[in-house]
Design a protein around this ligand. Structure first.
Ligand code: SAH
Ligand code: MG
Length: 229
């Protein structure tokens, strides 16, 4: 695939009406869910996961960084359509950049009884409202703790967790080895120009390519799709 273009989904004209209307319903729900995923990037994420699910029957997907369930809804739509299961991982306390005083803080997401961000009720509501609970399983915990115990091969892995140097590399080191040959790794917030955003996701993407383990297989905005070779 041309590395400058987003992976394309099956044209909706070839889909049966029921599949197409369910897909459009889930896209509409994703668009109204709180989060950090532009519409076009979300649909490109969906298309990449759809390919993984279509080519690997009974596939397992992992998402690292769920927040309120926006990207989860796009990935869950691909899981549902292909019979895959998505494990959506987050400790739901927000990344460093989501804490009070930082750029991406939202005080309405703080649980007054603990004083901490808690996006789990929002994520859960999104999964119930979109009726994705049969295809999406929430994993509540710290990414390195879960990845170090994980054994299931992944046809698709999406990394969008903490964007600091240490958490981002921990996600890459912990999760990328679980991606099967012929499977896909997607990384969000990859900005070639430092003026557009932080370095770590870009460095992960470069590191994945430089390792020779992954090749470019599409992009949209700051979303990069890599295929394991
Ligand atoms: N994909 C989301 C945005 C994710 S924001 C969307 O579409 O809107 C990044 C998320 O990573 C936050 O919810 C934060 O809680 C989570 N996160 C950061 N570090 C983590 C860690 N070590 N373990 C689990 N989740 C983590
Ligand atoms: Mg992101």
């Amino acid at each position: 695939m041309d590395s400058t273009s987003a992976p394309s989904s099956t044209p909706s004209s070839t889909l049966d009406d029921q599949t197409d209307s369910r897909r459009q319903q889930l896209f509409a729900m994703a668009r109204t869910t709180t989060g950090f995923m532009p519409d076009d990037e979300g649909e490109a994420l969906f298309a990449a996961a759809l390919r993984a699910g279509s080519t690997h029957p009974g596939a397992t997907f992992v998402e690292v960084g769920a927040w309120c369930g926006k990207s989860t809804t796009y990935l869950g739509a691909a899981a549902e359509e292909t019979g895959a299961v998505l494990f959506s991982l987050d400790h739901h306390h927000g990344s460093e950049e989501n804490q009070a005083g930082w750029e991406h803080h939202d005080s309405s997401l703080v649980d007054p009884s603990t004083g901490r961000i808690d996006t789990l009720p929002h994520w859960r509501r999104a999964m119930i409202t979109s009726n994705l609970e049969a295809s999406v399983v929430g994993l509540v915990g710290d990414s390195p703790t879960v990845s170090s115990r994980w054994t299931t091969p992944l046809a698709f892995c999406f990394i969008d967790g903490g964007h600091g140097e240490e958490p981002a590399w921990a996600d890459y080191r912990g999760w990328s080895p679980h991606v099967i040959v012929g499977g896909w790794l997607a990384i969000h917030d990859v900005f070639p120009d430092p003026a557009d955003g932080g370095r770590p996701p870009y460095d992960l993407w470069r590191g994945a390519l430089d390792s020779g383990t992954f090749v470019e297989d599409g992009e949209c905005g700051s979303l990069r799709i890599l295929k394991r070779v």
